[in-house]
Design a protein around this ligand. Sequence first.
Ligand code: PGA
Length: 264
Amino acid sequence: MRVIIKKTYEEMSKEAAKIIKELIERKPNCVLGLATGSTPVGLYKELIRMHREEGLDFSQVITFNLDEYYGLAPDHPQSYRYFMEENLFKGINIKKENTHVPDGTVKLEEVEEYCRKYEEMIKQAGGIDIQVLGIGGDGHIAFNEPGSSLASRTRLVALDEQTIKDNSRFFESEEEVPRFALSMGVGTILEAKEIIFLANGKKKAEVVAKAIEGPVTSQITASALQLHPKVTAILDEEAASQLKRISYYKFVEEAEKKIGRRLY
Ligand code: PGA
């Protein structure tokens, strides 16, 4: 895993946006895997700026989101479809039909088939070129809570108590946070060709260290990223503050600068 440590959240967001911009310029019809939450908001702001000021063209870009609360309609202000419209899609020239967020209103008896089709659509689009990920306080990626199989696929999942608490900040009360979600699995995520893993803030420092340097375990599903051949973790200094192999990460970063290409 490449680990890039930036001083601030803004620098972290810009670094991630730069990688995505390069992909879109190289492959205008690329497939992006997108995440919600506070972490990628700065990245999305920067992509909107790049679209407005530098003409970054999203007209052929295809996107797939990681997850959606089960039971929330797309126009619910806390739904992830709504989040994506507000924080990214309405600021860029992406075609609505090219954006995919799981539908949280699908009937229980149709969930399995719906999730199978969601994965099929990703395959049909050619697979995800770059997947953007944040990390939950409990180490989850997407809504793959502790104990999720590292081979899991898109499915209906139950949210962990900590996730419900963490996410209650967006709702009127904890009771209003949905208890279930549709989520890509760890196995689905690991099939992306490349992954950008973002984390910022002191609160994430301990779990980030476990995910990047600890044992691979279904108790911290982000640790499964260690099994992927092309992950770039972009962290701010606070989130990186409990990592132990900092000098190694810096060495790789310097070496890459010198040779003008990435090593991992
Ligand atoms: P956050 O959530 O970006 O709001 O911290 C991350 C997550 O739960 O995956």
